[in-house]
Design a protein around this ligand. Structure first.
Ligand SMILES: [Zn+2]
Length: 100
């Protein structure tokens, strides 16, 4: 039975569009006709493990994956405040021009 094989980790994923890209390596898979694919259940279990590992890393290891969410929130709030000032300034400019 054909499978979709990852060129990096050599996992034989089931023949489905879900595995056009290897869930483990994000590498394109190639259809191999004389290979035994892992079962759909096994594939789903592996995908959920990868998702959990990613979720866990983002939740508990923010210093390894990106900036502090609080810092991101403060930056976004500052950008929103600046955008709001620009918008309200724009309205003020328009009313000034119409007064003149
Ligand atoms: Zn792979």
């Amino acid at each position: 039975m054909p499978a979709k094989r990852c060129s990096l980790c050599a996992t034989n994923w089931p023949l489905s569009y879900h595995y056009a890209v290897c869930p483990t390596c994000q590498e394109r898979t190639d259809v191999v006709t004389n290979a035994t694919a892992i079962s759909t259940q096994e594939a789903k279990r592996m995908v959920s493990e990868i998702k959990f590992a990613k979720f866990y890393a983002e939740k508990w290891e923010p210093e390894r994956t990106g900036p502090d969410p609080d810092e991101v929130g403060r930056r976004e709030a500052a950008e929103l405040a600046r955008a709001w000032r620009e918008v309200t300034l724009g309205f003020d400019d328009q009313s000034d021009q119409s007064d003149q």
